[in-house]
Design a protein around this ligand. Sequence first.
Ligand SMILES: [Zn+2]
Length: 309
Amino acid sequence: MARKNRISHALYLKDWDFKKKDIATLEETAEAIAPGDYLQEMKDGIFCPTCYTPLFRSPSDKPFFSNRRNARYNHYESFLHVPCPLRAPKAIALKYDSEELARQAVENGELAVVHSFQTAAPDVDAQQVGAGGVGYYQDADGPVGSYPISRHKGESFRLPTKISAVSSICRRFDLNLNKYYLLPGRAVALPLTEELLDLATITEEDPNPRLYFAKILHSDRMGANDVVHLRMTYFKCNPKVKDFCLKATIAEQREKGIDDEVRHRYVLIWGAVTASGIGLCINRPKWGEYALLPQKYEPLLPIAEESSM
Ligand SMILES: [Zn+2]
């Protein structure tokens, strides 16, 4: 199998200068460009989403490849003095020397500790409407938890947590992709890119909840009552699986933008995989456990190659 490309995307902003360190401007105004969407004219304007040093794409000259996924971003040797976790060939679980440093990482947004996902829709007051009419809300504070993410063996740190929603991950997905997450039930903090799994690679039941991304093929309502009856949303699945669907009420899925018309959009979903007839499903996820991914972020998904399924 080809080596996984650790740099999912570059931040493209013409004339931005690493030396001036205006990171806020870069994060707010740069465009996220996947390696396959890179154009020659972006040369000298693409930067690492984690360490912000300039990047180059290899191969550098060909605008199009028979397999666009072979294209990748690389750091320059001349910036080796700037540490970046994305230089490592494999993601390294994040560890801290002290509780203080781990808390700081949570405060400055480098590490997100998700205690759980929201069970029900929050009050309207807490919601905001984002781009494309999708509702977002402020993550609520969760209980303080104890996590073994110390560099010293056997030591745990007490950290503040959030009760979040997958929609919060989808919003600014470009920035969140390389952020470290401690997802519910996990003992290690890994970049989101490492946690995301292509649902089309799954061939059997899995009782452990994981974070999947899935492409909607079609969606069917199973009755007349929107609040009571289910909608079955079918995903692109592995050729070895008969079908794979999400089961949740018609009303709840509509609120998330999923109806009869929605096709070929991607959903991010946290859940266990169970049997459904002779197929598979994610059955009745909690309100906060799934959301439609804004279309502009679809090129950033680490979609598995058909040949590797
Ligand atoms: Zn970097």
